[in-house]
Design a protein around this ligand. Structure first.
Ligand SMILES: C[S@@+](CC[C@H](N)C(=O)[O-])C[C@H]1O[C@@H](n2cnc3c(N)ncnc32)[C@H](O)[C@@H]1O
Ligand code: SF4
Length: 342
């Protein structure tokens, strides 16, 4: 194979593992969210259209006869591009890879809401038919505290434009993002906004407080009290319980989530999700600790994996090495393990 002669960005959603990756922007145009380090240290730039088009043809030459049905546009926000330029890129993509049925990108609500409904429609018609949007929370207080730079109103407006244009919308929400201080608002207002939007997909993430972030500073200063692993599952249970009248797909795909079995379709799977969270929440504390550590050190994928006694015993031995720690210190070990996962 020829050496790869086109750019690749640092990240993509886990579900785009087999997709063609084309880089339209570098970094994130905002880069100020208190919790996020994903594009840390990178200056944002929009790549020249000619460079992106050259990359598309270089990718075509590199992959030869490989057929792609999905493409993900990297990095943090392709909607930051001028609409005319984005349309040119999409046109070239379809020329080079005519089998593509889905083209997706991250899109900040703030950037999308600056496009007119007509522009969104033209973008969707040209092939960009799915977007990954970091909603994170429906609570204004949480969004402000996290410096997300968007409001529930902007999220709703961008979702309406996307829907009108015919785009599928995948929204990220982060469990634990309100800390103990704003947990109730975080859950109830996130559920209320999701109920209003009814996105095609809700994708759940679990908060990792990354060292050196503003959020980390807030934790040190006592302004943000992180939820424990068990509390974040309880928060997710409360969120699921408050989702009403929507038919979104609901997923816990990222390995940072404890209960990866919470994947399915609302409303059909809602009762199953509640039963699964309840099963975890009613386990004795030492069994919960065994499961959490086992998930974090990759012995378990789901709760049923605890039926393998060999795994349980192995994790128990690892847990015993931490036995001298208090429950708070053990929770801190989980907190640190999560930091490495995102
Ligand atoms: C690469 S970001 C791109 C999202 C896009 N820039 C936006 O804001 O709409 C993808 C998602 O990762 C999640 N994420 C980032 N940092 C995280 C952290 N420390 N803990 C949990 N989730 C995090 C957020 O949900 C974010 O929306
Ligand atoms: S969450 Fe999205 S908008 Fe916020 S800094 Fe990270 S990539 Fe940028």
């Amino acid at each position: 194979m020829n050496p790869r002669q086109f750019q690749q960005g640092p990240i993509r959603p886990p579900s785009e593992a087999d997709s063609l990756l084309i880089r339209t922007t570098q970094g994130c145009p905002w880069n100020r969210c208190s919790f996020c380090t994903l594009f840390e240290g990178m200056n944002f730039s929009i790549r020249p259209v000619e460079d992106i088009q050259r990359d598309i043809w270089a990718a075509k030459a590199f992959y030869k006869d490989r057929v792609f049905t999905q493409c993900f546009l990297q990095d943090g926000d392709s909607f930051a591009m001028d609409t005319g330029d984005l349309l040119k890129v999409l046109h070239t993509l379809k020329q080079a890879f005519p089998e593509l049925t889905q083209i997706s990108s991250y899109g900040r609500a703030q950037t999308m809401s600056k496009k007119s409904p007509e522009e969104m429609k033209a973008i969707c018609d040209a092939g960009l038919n799915m977007l990954y949007c970091g909603m994170e929370s429906g609570a204004i207080e949480v969004l402000k505290k996290m410096k997300k730079g968007i409001t529930p109103k902007t999220i709703l407006r961008s979702a309406e434009y996307a829907k009108l244009a015919g785009m599928k919308m995948m929204t990220f929400v982060i469990m634990g993002l309100g800390g103990k201080e704003l947990s109730e608002q975080h859950v109830s207002e996130t559920a209320a906004l999701l109920n209003q939007i009814n996105p095609e997909e809700i994708r759940v993430l679990t908060l990792a407080v990354k060292p050196g972030t503003e959020l980390d500073e807030m934790v040190q200063q006592g302004k943000f009290t992180p939820l424990s692993e068990v509390e974040m599952v309880a928060e997710q249970q409360a969120l699921i319980r408050q989702l009403r009248g929507i038919n979104s797909h609901y997923g816990n795909y990222h390995s940072i989530n404890l209960l990866t079995e919470l994947n399915g379709q609302l409303p059909n799977d809602q009762e199953r999700f509640l039963a699964t969270t309840e099963r975890f929440l009613t386990m004795p504390p030492n069994t919960q600790q065994n499961f959490i550590l086992g998930r974090r050190i990759h012995y378990y994928g789901k709760l049923d994996d605890m039926s393998n006694q060999l795994y349980v015993d192995t994790v128990e031995r690892e847990l015993a090495k931490l036995a001298h720690r208090s429950p708070e210190q053990l929770e801190h070990v989980f907190y640190q393990l999560r930091q490495r996962m995102i």
